[in-house]
Design a protein around this ligand. Structure first.
Ligand SMILES: C[S@@+](CC[C@H](N)C(=O)[O-])C[C@H]1O[C@@H](n2cnc3c(N)ncnc32)[C@H](O)[C@@H]1O
Length: 296
């Protein structure tokens, strides 16, 4: 198994909960393996970076899996479908977006999903309580240029050739896993019910982790410790190590190991004063002005 450490990833599709910016950190925790499993594939950045020779990736959102199968097998057709829709949007205006959105809600499909994700406000795939995609058109942006997206999709296709995509629950995707394999888990956040896709029953998920442990399978889990029920962290993740990346004034990024308590208190986008000593994190004080840093 070879791990290709890719830092810059142009997304094939925008996906909420994407771990694209955390990929460098996640990659540090990926051991050698025979087969790669990723049963909550979402926007796929981790699979892209891992570049498995043999992988099984899945998601319970069927149109997304249809999308990934098409990225793998027919990226040219997919790029063409975006080109057509994007041209219609430029020629016919915003009503075209809403027609495509209505069509998608009646019959969800990969091509419309790609178009909507690339032209809606901030690229967020969001649903109302009836499960309908309800985000609006991003009026001030044209949507990614079709030629650029074409290049991106062809690149992703090359990197996805070793992967088999499965439509379904994480447990069915992982059914065939053995102790020589590795699984990366990025479930929807606890209590994250309405606007984004899916929610899982965490008791069942913990049983699943126990099942992986009983088989001796290696896994890495992304879990939002800052939201929802924290007892899961204290009871079940005694060995969890938390890393946080800070961007300092110069634009450089620095990664520090922090306690679970600190981790829970930090949120993406926080600005403030970072204090550290060598490679050791000491403190972060949130302030309103731009981030400053100081070593002592
Ligand atoms: C946090 S996102 C994954 C994001 C992904 N790691 C990325 O970088 O884009 C969680 C994904 O889990 C999927 N999902 C929700 N419930 C699921 C289930 N029971 N089984 C499999 N996938 C599920 C959602 O559709 C969503 O794509």
């Amino acid at each position: 198994m070879q791990i290709d450490k890719v830092i810059k990833i142009a997304p094939a599709i925008k996906w909420s909960g994407s771990k694209r910016s955390q990929v460098p950190t996640i990659m540090k925790h990926i051991p050698n393996f025979k087969k790669y499993y990723e049963p909550f594939i979402g926007g796929g950045s981790v699979a892209y970076a891992v570049l498995p020779q043999i992988g099984i990736c899945g998601d319970s959102y069927s149109p997304l899996i249809e999308f990934w199968k098409k990225v793998k097998d027919s990226p040219e057709e997919l790029a063409e479908s975006y080109y057509e829709r994007w041209n219609q949007l430029q020629d016919e205006g915003h009503l075209r977006f809403y027609e495509i959105r209505d069509r998608f809600n009646l019959a969800p499909n990969a091509e419309d999903l790609l178009f909507l994700s690339r032209t809606c406000v901030t690229g967020l795939i969001r649903f109302n309580k009836n499960g309908e995609f309800n985000n609006a058109l991003h009026h001030t942006r044209k949507g990614i240029n079709p030629a650029t997206l074409h290049t991106i999709l062809v690149d992703w296709s090359k990197r996805m050739q070793g992967i088999t995509f499965m439509d379904g629950d994480y447990r069915s995707t992982a059914e065939s896993i053995t102790k020589d394999d590795f699984i990366y888990l990025d479930p929807p956040y606890f209590n994250n019910k309405s606007r984004y896709l899916g929610t899982i029953d965490y008791e069942s998920f913990l049983e699943f982790l126990a099942w992986l442990n009983s088989k001796g399978v290696k896994y890495a889990l992304s879990y939002d410790g800052g939201r929802g029920e924290k007892s899961y962290l204290t009871h079940h993740s005694a060995n969890t190590t938390y890393y946080v990346t800070f961007e300092v004034e110069s634009g450089d990024r620095m990664e520090f190991k922090v306690s679970d308590k600190e981790y829970g208190m930090l949120a993406e986008g926080d600005k403030g004063k970072l204090t550290f000593q060598g490679s050791r994190y000491k403190e972060f004080t949130r302030i309103k002005s731009d981030a400053v840093h100081e070593e002592n």
